[in-house]
Design a protein around this ligand. Sequence first.
Ligand code: FAD
Length: 383
Amino acid sequence: MDLSLNDEQQSFRDLAREFLDKEAVPHRVQWDRDESVDTSIIAKMAEIGFFGLTIPEEYGGLGGDYLTYVLGMEELGRADSALRGIVSVSNGLVGKSILASGTEEQKQQYLPGIANGTILGCFGLTEPDTGSDAGNLTSRAKRDGTDYVITGQKLFITNGTWADVALVFARTGGPGPKGVSAFLVPTDAEGFEAREIKGKLGLRGQATAELFLSDVRVPESARLGEEGEGFKIAMTTLDKGRVSVAAGCVGIVQGCLETSVEYATTRTQFGRPLAGFQLVQDMIADISLDADAARLLVWRCADLIDRGLPFGVAASKAKLFASEAAVRAANNAIQIYGGAGYIDEYPAAKYLRDARVMTLYEGTSQIQKLLIGRAETGISAFV
Ligand code: FAD
């Protein structure tokens, strides 16, 4: 197995890091305090190519491989996970769903704009009463002639107040996952409202919203895939989304490693650098090991995706391990910083707050374990 990067992958990673060190790292503390990034960063990230990484060139993207995509997500996670989420949801969850299941017309309508950052997408699956149990969602899309009329509520939707298009999952049929369909809903449609949720523990720079759909009318051409395929579209997309979350977590762990080593080698106590104490090296070694192990799990997923092989269980393992590793690494980084680790001026505290949600969204750690357990035993513990 060749674990080296080719020239293109290496140069994208270098470009991404240089850009983010200049445009994001100096502002991330303020964005976090303001509970919003400066949204002009979105157009700048689009220029670098973040939003079009895996969108084919014929639709205005870079047509890159998946390994390049995860390298980009790692750099975003290292710089500011709020930015990683904005990109992952628009390009990843929405763009990839359209690419996989959209009609040619839908691809032409949305993908070039998503790739160049002029169209931002959000992914509306979670509802107040259905999170992990998304297959039982209750939003409804009723047929009315050649239109659908959608009514329902969505919760915790990343990019919700900024998005131009919402990929909304709503029930067109009977109970359970097979009754769910997917719709591309313009956010300026009559009856569509997004309200921002403030006060998040982490990812404070990105907009998270509650969506309210009251009799939102869309034409049949807004349906993504066939009736009843919505849940399958969501789950297939989330498999790739988990790889993206895991890659962002690798970036958090890497950031924790770099900042911990820098701090521990410059601060002295008892007449020597912190890094000279074995108990401090123990924590640094743990972070370093977590970075390597998480990155290898993520790269394995990218390799499977690039070769067109099944990757769902590998994605669950990568997401489970990398997200838990990110929390561990950020905790260790705070410990190495001592009291300074508790103050947001230094990076460790934000890394911990941002890492914490990674074990919750796109399938909690418990849900990943059930997916892995089902694959190993052949028995589903979901029902
Ligand atoms: P619940 O499903 O109620 O789970 C609560 C607890 O019960 C968890 O510990 C869970 O692991 C456990 N649990 C549940 N079922 C089982 C089981 N069968 N076995 C064992 N344990 C179980 N959603 C979107 O659709 N789009 C987005 O863009 C989006 N962005 C988000 C951004 C943020 C910042 C946050 C916090 C959430 C976001 N979400 C989004 C929602 C997220 O995906 C859900 O919060 C997540 O799926 C968990 O659902 P829940 O919060 O309803 O928790």
